[in-house]
Ligand binder design. Structure first.
Ligand code: GDP
Length: 525
């Protein structure tokens, strides 16, 4: 029987792995790719030295640093499903693209280092997922090392992130004494030392919550302790609720060790039981577009420029929301009402890019673009114009003053800035009165990409003066008195001419709030 579009959509799971650098995102991603057998990705997961990844001609910065500037997409076939993993780079590669990638997924996996708990970048990325109300699954990693007490980690997770947690399994010891996990969800114990327990990887748990039979592990106090912890959790912990998971209000928590591969398979199997398939998307006019709808639709969430400097090409990453992609089909770009033939599309492979033959909701396709597409653009097929809800803007934290080096080349400077800002590569602010240009970003890399692209694509060299980190807060036009501004809260306007203060630090902001208690300051996301 022929599969309908809706049938195909049900086989898709599209997610991102979020974490603070070094928590183990790359290691766990590689495990997942391994289970799938096929590795498909754009660029590198993270600067791997293997020649396999060296074929793509990324822009110069990427080559120098051995990283992929923007998030990559990986496809894995697993258990009859097509899993799409969207990478969210960390460290200095962190940028607005990282946040925007979270707009294109249906769920997220949060990886936490058991020795460190909740770290700043995890918190930031979590916030974006929470705002979207998507399911968030937690993997507490590095149990093969001595880390913090599991109960302590769960408490921190709930308190810092303000989300309920439900342990799907519970560790039996850690570090050298890590014996495995007591798997609450699957009613079994998973062992790190099967050889000491009759060669069993798993032992079933009986009605009393104990292992039947005389195995080495049953003599261990670590096992007894875990069993007692689980009993306590069952009595005093949160209720398991599929509905709460779906709404992103309850996070199922798994323990394991990505490096040794322990618990990752168990995690993945439970994850696919609960992770949602692509759901409906809302348009600006409030219409709901079902993923099984016949006509193709999707939105651009990222643009990667200069994949090949010789051709000056760009790739627009499109998240498909409905319909079925076929090579050569025509779509309309809603913003410009222009028709576009989807002739040069790509999906992402380890060592090559392949032409897409078929794709449905949840899948990500790359469109070669010569400047017709912008971040946030909707493409659609059919007669009814369609515009998906705008992608959110994110509060920048880093700022730079920027001026052209050569005053004779002001025209290309302005054109370049305008286009890069429109594309979403960077945010633009101007000082309120003197209209000096200030760039805002969430990550340092955005400035480097900006400088590089302005020089290479617009032939404009710039002087960049770091202003460091600031706290940007918007104020209503009616509330604004220009005398409120001082050296510690620079008054600027954003690209829509809305007034915004750049506060030196938390202290300066609190001082302002105390002085003007009636003034309401707002942040972007
Ligand atoms: P990412 O920055 O989040 O992508 O982290 P990586 O996957 O690159 O891991 C950072 C470091 O932690 C690497 O040296 C890994 O080998 C190590 N690592 C990752 N997972 C584990 C684990 O489960 N146990 C231990 N001991 N080390 C791990």
């Amino acid at each position: 029987m022929k599969q309908t579009i809706a049938d195909k959509v049900k086989t898709r799971k599209t997610f991102a792995i979020i974490s603070h650098p070094d928590a183990g995102k790359t290691t766990i991603t590689e495990q997942l790719l391994l289970f799938g057998g096929a590795i498909r990705q754009a660029g590198t997961v993270k600067g791997k030295k293997s020649g396999k990844f060296a074929k793509s001609d990324w822009m110069e910065i990427e080559k120098q640093r051995g990283i992929s500037v923007t998030s990559s997409v990986m496809q894995v076939d697993y258990d009859g499903l097509q899993i799409n993993i969207l990478d969210t780079p960390g460290h200095e590669d962190f940028s607005e693209d990282t946040y925007r990638t979270l707009m294109a997924v249906d769920s997220a996996v949060m990886v936490i280092d058991s020795g460190k708990g909740i770290e700043p970048q995890t918190k930031k990325l979590f916030k974006v997922c929470r705002m979207r109300g998507i399911p968030i699954f937690t993997f507490i990693n590095k149990l093969d090392r001595d880390g913090r007490e599991p109960l302590d980690l769960i408490t921190e997770l709930e308190e810092v992130l303000e989300i309920d947690a439900y342990p799907m399994n519970w560790p039996m010891g850690m570090g050298k004494g890590f014996l495995g996990i007591y798997d609450i969800y699957n009613n079994r114990v998973e062992l790190t030392h099967p050889e000491q327990n009759g060669g069993n990887d798993f032992l079933p748990i009986n009605e009393d919550g104990a292992i039947d039979g005389d195995f080495e592990i049953t003599k261990s106090s670590t096992y007894t302790q875990a069993m007692e912890d689980v009993l306590l959790l069952k009595e005093a912990g949160n209720e398991f609720s599929e509905e709460a998971i779906a709404k992103g209000e309850l996070t199922p928590v798994f323990f394991g060790s990505a490096l040794t591969g322990f618990g990752v398979h168990t995690f993945l199997d439970a994850y696919i039981d609960f992770a949602p398939s692509p759901s409906a998307h809302k348009t600006e006019s409030g219409e709901i577009v079902e993923p099984g709808k016949e006509e193709l639709s999707g939105f651009v969430f990222k643009i990667q420029a200069n994949m090949n400097p010789a051709h000056r090409d760009r790739i627009a990453f499109v998240r498909i929301c409905s319909g079925e992609f076929e090579p050569g089909m025509d779509v309309i770009v809603n913003r410009t009402s222009k028709k576009m033939k989807l002739a040069h599309t790509t999906q992402f492979m380890a060592d090559s890019r392949e032409n897409v033959k078929s794709a449905v909701a949840g899948d990500i396709i790359g469109l070669y673009d010569t400047g017709n597409l912008q971040i946030g653009d909707t493409i659609y097929e059919g007669k009814e114009p369609l515009q998906f809800e705008a992608l959110p803007q994110f509060t920048p934290e880093l700022f730079m003053k920027v001026t052209p080096k050569n005053v004779m080349k002001q025209k290309s400077f302005y054109k370049g800035i305008q286009q890069l800002v429109q594309e979403g590569a960077i945010q633009l602010y101007k000082t309120y009165h003197t209209e000096e240009f200030i760039l805002g970003a969430v990550g340092q890399l955005q400035f480097e990409v900006f400088e590089y692209r302005l020089k290479n694509e617009y032939n404009s060299e710039v002087e960049m003066t770091p202003m460091g980190s600031k706290i940007a807060r918007w104020i209503d036009e009616e509330d604004l008195d220009v005398n409120m501004s001082s050296s510690r809260n620079l008054l600027c306007k954003d690209r829509f001419d809305h007034p915004v203060f750049l506060f030196e630090n938390q202290f300066a902001m609190r001082w302002f709030e105390d002085k003007y208690p009636d003034i309401h300051l707002t942040a972007l996301l």
